[in-house]
Design a protein around this ligand. Structure first.
Ligand SMILES: [Zn+2]
Length: 388
């Protein structure tokens, strides 16, 4: 793999291949085509790096997500590009003629091939970042799969972090990257149309570049300080970690309408009226905080409910995982190791009642799929595995 292979790649908003060894930072934006704040921020940063001749250690790539949907300013054309990432799907696509692919599959295969080239070309530690915005009003926040390396990276930012989204959403790009052991972090910058969202993305990118060692702090000091302040001031919530406890999935036949006025992270109580579906009331099944309430026509997550994760739980899970105490889970009745994959536990649903599920989370496992009436819990902490 030679760096010339990145030349003229239309998927790249821009890239910098440094002379020295160092981190590889890959920044995606516009995976949802109606969320272009990340694209604008990427372009601003590329311009600034070139203008001020900022030196880049390692390699830095800015990647278009759903390029066709971005042009149309729509979330997607045929299907959500952030719900179709799995090894099985990629392997199938490799065998599929392009003419038979839907719009998002054509985007996906191009992104996949670019990632594969980047992984082959770069030597350093990899960081994958995906920039988004939301339809509801929100202050900036981070979403991650709950692995210790993701948690550690997210700690570099003064932002609330929502864990465990992978348990509720099928096929996001970042969960897919995480499955090969890579650090992968999602940033939600604000509301789609809020002009601050672009600035928040810029602030987040600079902070990432400094934290990964890709850019020296002193080279962007004044500029970055100002943006850093901006991000900090936006974080009105001092709690760091939240976890999703409920997802309202909109089915194709539904006419879902969120009640007006909810902002992301607003507190809600059980039975509170949240939305309407075909004229029927939708009420909160649990108390907590509303998360990503849907105020746009495309998308099938009506809303989520999240709760704060205690500091005690966060610390206990670090200790449990460092001691490899998860080996203990395998001896519980109703729990089996997957013979084909050491990171998967196959669990009898009776064993995985509410409390049991919390224990799996503690040891770093998140429920992913139901196969043959058995729950599959997948370990998020893992070594780097070969990319398919
Ligand atoms: Zn999005």
């Amino acid at each position: 793999m030679h760096k010339d292979s990145f030349k003229n790649n239309k998927r790249l908003i821009g890239y910098f291949t440094g002379k020295s060894k160092g981190p590889a930072v890959i920044i995606f934006s516009g995976i949802h085509g109606n969320e272009d704040a990340g694209v604008k921020a990427s372009k601003n940063i590329i311009k600034k790096i070139k203008k001020d001749k900022i030196s880049i250690k390692g390699n830095l790539f800015f990647v278009y997500g759903n390029s066709k949907a971005l042009k149309l300013k729509k979330r997607y054309v045929d299907t959500d590009l952030n719900r179709i990432w799995s090894s099985e799907h990629i392997l199938k696509l490799k065998e599929t003629p392009e003419a038979e692919m839907i719009s998002e599959e054509r985007e996906q295969i191009e992104i996949y091939l670019l990632i594969k080239n980047i992984i082959e070309y770069c030597k350093g530690k990899f960081y994958f970042i995906d920039l988004h915005t939301t339809s509801s009003k929100t202050f900036p926040f981070i979403t991650i799969s709950d692995s210790l390396n993701n948690r550690k990276f997210s700690s570099a930012f003064p932002l609330p972090t929502v864990l465990g989204i992978e348990e509720y959403l099928p096929g996001p790009l970042l969960t897919f990257m995480n499955e090969f052991g890579y650090i992968a972090l999602g940033f939600e910058a604000g509301q789609h149309k809020d002009t601050e969202s672009v600035r928040n993305c810029e602030s987040f990118i600079w902070k990432s570049l400094i934290h990964t060692g890709c850019v020296k702090k002193k080279e962007v000091n004044d500029y970055q300080k100002e943006l850093d302040q901006l991000l900090k001031s936006k974080c009105t919530n001092k709690y760091r970690f939240f976890q999703i406890i409920f997802r309202y999935e909109i089915r194709p036949e539904e006419n879902f309408k969120m009640l007006a006025g909810f902002e992301n992270f607003d507190k809600i109580i059980q039975d509170q009226l949240l939305a309407e579906n075909n004229g029927v009331e939708v009420r909160a099944v649990k108390s907590g905080r509303i998360f990503m309430p849907l105020y746009q026509s495309q998308g099938d997550d009506g809303f989520f409910i999240i709760r704060r994760v205690s500091k005690f739980w966060i610390n206990a899970s670090i200790v449990a995982r460092r001691l490899h105490a998860h080996n203990f889970l395998r001896i519980l009745p109703g729990v089996k190791k997957d013979p084909g994959n050491k990171y998967i536990l196959i669990v009898d649903p009776k064993t995985a009642k509410f409390m049991a599920k919390q224990i799996f989370h503690l040891f770093g496992y998140r429920q992913q799929v139901l196969k043959d009436n058995k729950l599959h819990f997948i370990k998020r902490d893992r070594k780097i595995l070969p990319f398919p």
